[in-house]
Design a protein around this ligand. Structure first.
Ligand code: GDP
Ligand code: IMO
Ligand code: MG
Length: 428
C-alpha cells in the first residue's frame, strides 16, 4: 500500500470541507495538486485566526515548502487566478511554489457569457451553475476548439487558435443576441495573462512523476463532490468534470497505480447548492438551525445552501465509484443540540425499497428516503480532540455511518480551524 499519495475527495454535492482537510493534511505533504474543475470551487481554510477562500489555487499555497500544481484536467481562468494570487499577496502570502499545466484548458470570457446564456434557455430547469464558464470551457475542450495555458505563451499559435475558436463562439453569441467578441482585444489581454503566468506554466506531468518517483508525499485536492460528477452524479444536475479519484490519473498526467488511498470528505449531514434532486432535503426550523450553525451559504456565490439529513445511499454510491478507503466526517459540531438525528438508509421507489441511486433523474426524483432515527446530544464538541471523549450518542452516529458505508471513519472535524480535528488513524 502506497501511503505517499492521497486523494481528498468530496463525496456529496460539494462544500464538504475539502479545503479544511487538504490544509490539515498538507502539514505533512510535499505536493498539493488540483486535477479537475476550476474557480467554481470555493475551498475555505482557517488557521491562526485567518480565513481564506481559494477557488482555483491549490490549498497548499500557504506553506513555502509545498509544490502546488494546477494540473492538466483543470479549466483555468487566468484573469481570476492572477486575481486570487494578488489577493493572497495583499494578505502576506508571497512565498510559494506554483506550477500550472501547459495542457490545462483556458476559460475565456465567451465561456462565461455562454454559461449564463445556456442557463437562460433552460427555463425552469436551470442547473444553477456558478456562471464561471466551467461547462462551456470543458465543452470546447471536448469539441477540440479549446485554448490551453501553454498556447498563451506562443503568440502565433495562440492567434490561430483564438481566431478559430472565435469563428464558432461569435456565431453562438450572435444566436443569443449577445455582443460578438473582438479578436484584437481578447488576443492582447490573454497574451498579457500568459506573460504574467509564464514563470509558473510548465509540463506538470513530468514534474509530478518525478516527485512521486522521488517518494514525495502528494495530496490530490478534489473539487466539487462525487454526486456532482459528470458520469456518476445526478446528471444533468452536475458539473462538467469528474471529481472522483478515477479522474486523478487522467487529470494529473500520472499512472493509475500511483493512487491507492482516497479520503472521502463527508459532511455529518447533507447540503447542496444549485438545483437538482436531493432526496433527504429538509426545510423549516431544523434546516434553518443547521444552516445557521454550519454557516451554509455558498463560498463562491453566497447562495444559501439547501440542507438535509445524511444520505447513506448516496454515500455508498460515492464510496463505491470513487474507491474511498477512509472517511473524514466534517462539521460534526453542527449537529450538537439536535434532539434526534435521522440517517437515510434506503430509498422507496414506486412502493419498492431500493438501496442504490437510480441513474434516471425522473426515478431519483420519485425516491422517498427511508430513515433510521438515532438519539442526538446536547454538548458542544468543538474543543474535543480525543475521539473517546465524544458523547456516546455522537460515537454511535459515527459507528452507524461506518456500518452503512463499510468504510472506516479516520477523521472527525469539530470546527473550521485546522486544529479542530480529531485524528483516529494515520492515513497519510
Ligand atoms: P469545500 O468546498 O469542500 O472546501 O468546503 P467549503 O469551504 O465550501 O465549505 C465548508 C465550510 O465549512 C467552510 O465554511 C469551512 O470553514 C467550514 N468547516 C469545515 N470543517 C468544519 C467543521 O468541522 N465544523 C464547522 N463548524 N465548520 C467547518
Ligand atoms: P467545491 O469545490 C458546491 C455546483 C453548482 C451547480 C453545478 C454546476 O467548493 O465543493 P458549474 O458552475 O460547475 O457548471 O455548476 O455544480 N457546484 C458546486 N457546488 N461546491 C462546489 O465546489 C461546486 N462547484 C460547482 O452549484 O449546481
Ligand atoms: Mg466549497
Amino acid at each position: 500500500m502506497n501511503n505517499k499519495t492521497l486523494v481528498v475527495c468530496g463525496i456529496q454535492w460539494g462544500d464538504e470541507g475539502k479545503g479544511k482537510m487538504t490544509d490539515y493534511l498538507a502539514q505533512q505533504a510535499d505536493v498539493v495538486v488540483r486535477f479537475q474543475g476550476g474557480n467554481n470551487a470555493g475551498h475555505t481554510i482557517t488557521f491562526d485566526g485567518n480565513k481564506y477562500a481559494l477557488q482555483s489555487i491549490p490549498s497548499g499555497i500557504f506553506s513555502p515548502h509545498i509544490v502546488n500544481v494546477m494540473a492538466n484536467g483543470m479549466v483555468i481562468n487566468p484573469k481570476a487566478a492572477i486575481g486570487e494570487l494578488e489577493k493572497l499577496e495583499e494578505r502576506g502570502i508571497r512565498d510559494y511554489q506554483l506550477f500550472i499545466s501547459d495542457r490545462a484548458a483556458v476559460i475565456m470570457p465567451y465561456h462565461i457569457e455562454l454559461d449564463g446564456a445556456y442557463e437562460s434557455l433552460k427555463g425552469g430547469k436551470q442547473i444553477g451553475t456558478t456562471k464561471k464558464g466551467i461547462g462551456p470551457a470543458y465543452t470546447d475542450k471536448a469539441a477540440r476548439i479549446g485554448i490551453r495555458m501553454g498556447d498563451l505563451l506562443d503568440p502565433e499559435y495562440f492567434a490561430e487558435r483564438l481566431r478559430d475558436a472565435l469563428a464558432q463562439k461569435n456565431m453562438e453569441l450572435k444566436m443569443f443576441g449577445k455582443q460578438e467578441m473582438n479578436f484584437d482585444e481578447l488576443y492582447k489581454e490573454y497574451l498579457g495573462y500568459g506573460e504574467k503566468l509564464r514563470k509558473h506554466i510548465c509540463d506538470t506531468s513530468i514534474l509530478l512523476n518525478k516527485l512521486i518517483q522521488e517518494g514525495k508525499k502528494v495530496l490530490f485536492e478534489g473539487a466539487q463532490g462525487v454526486m456532482l460528477c459528470i458520469d456518476n452524479g445526478t446528471y444533468p444536475f452536475v458539473t462538467s468534470s469528474s471529481p472522483t479519484a478515477a479522474s486523478v490519473p487522467l487529470g494529473a498526467g500520472i499512472a493509475p497505480r500511483y493512487i491507492d488511498n482516497v479520503l472521502g470528505i463527508c459532511k455529518a449531514y447533507t447540503t447542496r447548492v444549485g438545483a437538482g434532486p436531493f432526496p433527504t432535503e429538509i426545510e423549516g426550523d431544523l434546516a434553518n438551525y443547521i444552516r445557521e450553525r454550519g454557516h451554509e451559504y455558498g463560498t463562491v456565490t453566497g447562495r444559501p445552501r439547501r440542507v438535509g439529513y445524511l444520505d447513506c445511499v448516496a454515500l455508498r454510491h460515492a464510496c463505491r465509484v470513487s474507491g474511498v478507503t477512509n472517511l473524514s466526517i466534517m462539521l460534526f459540531d453542527v449537529l450538537s443540540g439536535m434532539e434526534k438525528l435521522k440517517i437515510c438508509v434506503g430509498y422507496e421507489l414506486d412502493g419498492k425499497r431500493i438501496d442504490y441511486v437510480p441513474s434516471c433523474l425522473s426515478a431519483l426524483e420519485r425516491c422517498k428516503p427511508v430513515y433510521e432515527e438515532l438519539p442526538g446530544w446536547t454538548e458542544e464538541i468543538t474543543e474535543i480532540r480525543d475521539y473517546d471523549r465524544l458523547p456516546a450518542q455522537a460515537k454511535a452516529y459515527i459507528r452507524r455511518i461506518e456500518e452503512l458505508t463499510g468504510v472506516q471513519v479516520a477523521v472527525v472535524s469539530v470546527g473550521p480551524d485546522r486544529t479542530q480535528t480529531i485524528n483516529r488513524k494515520e492515513i497519510f
